[in-house]
Write a new protein. Sequence first.
Length: 164
Amino acid sequence: MTQEKFQIRNPLLLIGCVILTNLAGFVGSFFTATGAGSWYADVLVKPWFVPPNAVFPIAWTTIFILMGISLYLILMEGTGRAEVRVALGLFCCQLGLNILWSYLFFTLQSPFLGFIEIIILWLFILAVTVSFYRINKTAGYLFIPYLAWVSFATILTGTIYLLN
């Protein structure tokens, strides 16, 4: 059994991948309002297990960094292989779905649409995790925290939908 080593062969690409994934988070944040006076804070009934607002930017920034490193590892495998191109397509879809959730849930103020969409997002994250793992095990492992966080977010979104 061989061990994969994480080597930074192209630091600019790595930085670009991390910036790209964090840009998705930045774009999503334009649709997100959770402070005092917001629909989220003042109107929605939320379950007891909602984390404090301060947890979300820490969790998401960490996830977007790991996602960027994972993307870098896959790109370093080369885009000439069909399986890499498919994995990158799935990656792009999940990144778009990630942004879309914020729009549906916060801007449209629809826990129902957010719940339906986050289930689809979760399926894409799972598909990316599996496809990345098949190409580069480390890249797949780096997606596990994202899958776990969105699993929690799916339960949270579904519960908010049911409560409201």
